[in-house]
Ligand binder design. Structure first.
Ligand SMILES: CC(C)(COP(=O)(O)OP(=O)(O)OC[C@H]1O[C@@H](n2cnc3c(N)ncnc32)[C@H](O)[C@@H]1OP(=O)(O)O)[C@@H](O)C(=O)NCCC(=O)NCCS
Length: 157
């Protein structure tokens, strides 16, 4: 991903948050949280140390998926993984996950938070080797949303 992709990724995130999280936390809350992912913020996140972002391109060169991971306090977090509905089930998510894992070779494990009820995502993570490690009552700063922390070891360098 480059800074030039930021506006398109922001639009992808806004749609994905509404579709995925409105049924789980309400449309108003989902939209409010998604509004935080401005193009400016996404571009700035590219400059953070120990962070990597990837986009997947569809045949028409439009962005069909986005992944962002960052090491915070010594823990590698897969912070964002979103694929357009038309490209779900095609291996795009898998390719993005692989790109992230490859770029962080040497890290012992990868962690993520997934909201309970996001069953498709949970199934995707399980089949990619993640297991539930902890249950929390908040997803990051979003209070009152039961959330699973999932983790998997990474291949050794
Ligand atoms: C999560 C996401 C990246 C996974 O990518 P994907 O291409 O949909 O994943 P896959 O199709 O490879 O795997 C999904 C699995 O869930 C299954 N599935 C589909 N709908 C399901 C449901 N309602 N409940 C349980 N499993 C479901 C699929 O059959 C598939 O399993 P299988 O390969 O054993 O058949 C994608 O769905 C997405 O972008 N979702 C919206 C954003 C999101 O939730 N991101 C995760 C934030 S933590």
């Amino acid at each position: 991903m480059t800074g030039e992709d930021a506006a398109e990724v922001a639009a992808l995130l806004a749609g994905s948050w509404r579709r995925t999280y409105a049924p789980l936390m309400g449309a108003e809350r989902a939209d409010a949280e998604a509004a935080g992912f401005t193009a400016e913020r996404l571009a700035a996140d590219l400059e953070r140390p120990h962070a990597e972002a990837f986009v997947a391109l569809a045949d028409d060169d439009g962005i069909s998926g986005y992944a962002y991971a960052v090491v915070e306090k010594g823990v590698l977090w897969l912070d964002r993984l979103h694929v357009l509905p038309a490209q779900q089930g095609t291996g795009v998510a898998q390719a993005l996950l692989q790109a992230v894992m490859t770029s962080f070779v040497g890290e012992p494990s990868m962690s993520l938070e997934v909201i309970e009820g996001n069953d498709r995502a949970i199934r995707f993570y399980e089949k990619n080797g993640f297991v539930a490690a902890e249950r929390k009552s908040a997803c990051g700063s979003i209070q009152g949303v039961p959330t699973l922390v999932m983790r998997r070891p990474l291949p050794r360098a």
